[in-house]
Design a protein around this ligand. Structure first.
Ligand code: GRG
Length: 337
């Protein structure tokens, strides 16, 4: 059996390839076809209006996504999908990739838009992300706003077009449910709500208490992780109880992930992280570390991780994919980037 590290590296690369395959092409990348053919009409429909005037925003969108990152949300979505699609006996097929792939790309586009906007001068004003200049540092703030907007819209365009082409009514229904989970966890009741609370808490230091901090952590960070696990399971037709368990696993994992993020901002290595450290201190931000101290922060990463692992054991299926998910959860508890 392949070692976990190798499997993670292989899956991360695979997720990156899937995401990239759905990025928008610029005019220079428009495929060529015989002018009178059906292909040419399709190409015209897709690329007809994509002229040089808008090439810059597409370049900035692709720059932000192609920089890489851990691809954690697509990885989690894929793992959840594979846990429940394995029963077919065929393993993960091209057909499966066509179902879950657009959603994997969509969640990474939504996540990347949030990073691009979070890095803007009016938000966190960061210069490095994913080991390269932030989108606003390279393209200017206006273009970075547009690149984020473009990614957010493109994510839903992609899911909508996948839905529109789906002929199987049961699969369509799964996709509609997955779309709702994706959108609601990214919006005002999810990540956007958490980011709003985060912004309102900035500079208030000790005035920010545990309830407010936990609202920020669960909404800003955990919602997208819950969403990844739940959409993967829903698309694969998982039973409702398992989708609920994955919601709870995602919440625990998301909180542990964010506490670890707070720890890394103090103890991490900027080179390895691909972004600047000590930013929370700079912004006088209340974090898990500033509120509870480093020792308790580390203890609680372990506690939330253990809870997530226990919940994973309660899923109605137990297969190699559950094993992969558990190892991934463990790996994230000790992550250094
Ligand atoms: C602008 C609506 C809006 C939201 C921004 C994602 C976010 C919300 C802010 C980024 C800052 C931050 C610390 C968010 C918490 C979630 C988090 C740790 C994001 C970074 O995710 P990783 O580590 O990044 O998975 P990569 O680059 O690996 O994909």
């Amino acid at each position: 059996m392949m070692k976990f590290d190798e499997m993670l590296a292989e899956r991360t690369q695979y997720c990156g390839e899937v995401v990239k395959s759905y990025l928008p092409g610029t005019e220079s990348e428009v495929p060529e076809a015989d002018a009178a053919s059906e292909d040419a009409r399709e190409i015209e429909e897709i690329y007809g209006d994509r002229k040089a005037y808008c090439a810059r925003v597409i370049e900035a969108m692709n720059y932000s996504v192609e920089a890489g990152g851990k691809r954690l949300r697509p990885l989690l979505m894929l793992a959840a999908y594979r846990i429940f699609c394995e029963g077919s006996g065929d393993g993960f097929t091209q057909e499966d990739e066509d179902i879950v792939g657009p959603f994997m790309a969509a969640i990474e586009m939504i996540h990347t838009y949030s990073l691009v906007h979070d890095d803007l001068p009016e938000m966190d004003n960061d210069r490095y992300r994913r080991g390269q200049l932030t989108t606003h540092a390279k393209y200017g703030a206006g273009m970075a706003v547009l690149a984020g907007d473009g990614l957010l819209n493109y994510a839903y365009e992609l899911v909508a077009s996948t839905l529109a082409l789906e002929q199987d009514p049961e699969l369509r229904e799964r996709m509609v449910n997955a779309l709702f989970i994706l959108a609601s966890n990214a919006g005002i009741d999810g990540m956007v709500g958490g980011q709003c609370a985060d912004l309102m808490a900035e500079g208030r230091g000790a005035d920010v208490g545990e309830d407010e901090l936990m609202y920020i952590h669960t909404h800003k960070t955990a919602c997208m992780i819950e969403s990844a696990l739940m959409t993967g399971a829903v698309l694969a037709g998982a039973p409702e109880e398992d989708v609920s368990s994955l919601y709870m696993i995602g919440e625990d994992l998301g909180i542990a992930f964010q506490i670890r993020d707070d720890i890394l901002d103090v103890e991490g290595n900027a080179g390895e992280l691909g972004k600047d450290v000590h930013q929370d201190d700079r912004d006088n931000k209340t974090t898990y570390v500033s509120l509870f101290g480093m020792d308790k922060a580390k203890e609680d990463v372990r506690a939330y991780t253990d809870e997530a692992l226990e919940l994973t054991d309660s899923l109605s299926v137990s297969n190699e994919e559950v094993g992969f998910l558990k190892q991934l959860i463990l790996e994230l508890a000790g992550r250094t980037k």
